[in-house]
Write a protein that binds this ligand. Structure first.
Ligand SMILES: Nc1ncnc2c1ncn2[C@@H]1O[C@H](COP(=O)(O)OP(=O)(O)OP(=O)(O)O)[C@@H](O)[C@H]1O
Length: 231
């Protein structure tokens, strides 16, 4: 279990997450849902230690990690694919992928073995600059970079945002495979409820920095979606 207990999180003096308690089961997909600005990205950043300050506990399979710096959380097996992807445009595909390898437990810098299978385009174009890729290819690259750390848990922030529809289905299929076939634990921030229902086992709905309802995905009712996600 990745377990958050009474987590409060801050940017400078702005108090964004309020008393968040959430159990994220290992080996499953948990979807984090909610309107824009409700703190979904902040929840992922807090798990990575990327907000200015946090109070409360984050426990990963019995070890408290809430006070650890980001690189130790990465070494502990948590990888982060940020919203907007944050590819370095002047670095090649290879260099962008290998940036993720800094957190590999054995210190090796290698293209992860899943890349040829999941993202053949990237494998065939390793020397191309990251900046010339389409949004969908950059999303693939950001996932490949996360996999280079050999993570146990992958945090995905709106992986389909701004991606052409033809590639959305490919990315969705990869996310499902990463869980069902590779066995990764996935925390998925998602606006597309249909995909969340398809991919996730559990959900957490956020409103104003709080988790207002959570549970098994088949307990996510249309009424909850309407109440907490309609604009
Ligand atoms: N670096 C920052 N400094 C101060 N406030 C911030 C910062 N980043 C985000 N916020 C604020 O924190 C709140 C939650 O933002 P967050 O990005 O976590 O929401 P979100 O649910 O992920 O929204 P979106 O779907 O738009 O990404 C918002 O009010 C936002 O303005």
């Amino acid at each position: 279990m990745l377990k958050l207990t009474n987590v409060n999180s801050f940017y400078d003096r702005s108090h964004i997450l309020h008393a968040v308690c959430l159990d994220i089961p290992i080996g499953k997909v948990t979807a984090v849902l909610g309107r824009n600005g409700t703190g979904k990205t902040t929840l992922l950043k807090t798990l990575m230690g990327l907000t200015d300050r946090m109070e409360g506990q984050i426990n990963l399979e019995g070890t408290e990690i809430g006070k650890e710096p980001t690189f130790r959380r990465a070494r502990a097996g948590i990888a982060y694919v940020p919203q907007g992807r944050e590819i370095i445009p002047d670095f090649s595909i290879r260099e962008n992928i290998l940036m993720g390898a800094f957190a590999r437990p054995d210190g090796k810098r290698e293209i992860p073995e899943l890349v040829p299978e999941l993202f053949p385009y990237l494998m065939d174009n390793l020397e191309r600059a990251g900046g010339v890729l389409s949004g969908g290819q950059q999303q693939q690259l950001a996932i490949a970079r996360a996999l280079a750390a050999q993570p146990k848990i992958i945090l995905l922030d709106e992986p389909n945002e701004g991606i052409q529809p033809s590639i959305v289905e490919e990315i969705e299929a990869v996310i499902i495979r990463l869980n069902r076939e590779v066995g990764l634990t996935v925390v998925l921030v998602e606006q597309n409820v249909a995909f969340a229902r398809q991919a996730a086992h559990y959900f957490a709905m956020m409103e104003k920095g709080r988790i207002v309802v959570s549970g098994a995905i088949d307990e996510l009712s249309d009424d909850m979606v309407h109440r907490h996600m309609a604009v």
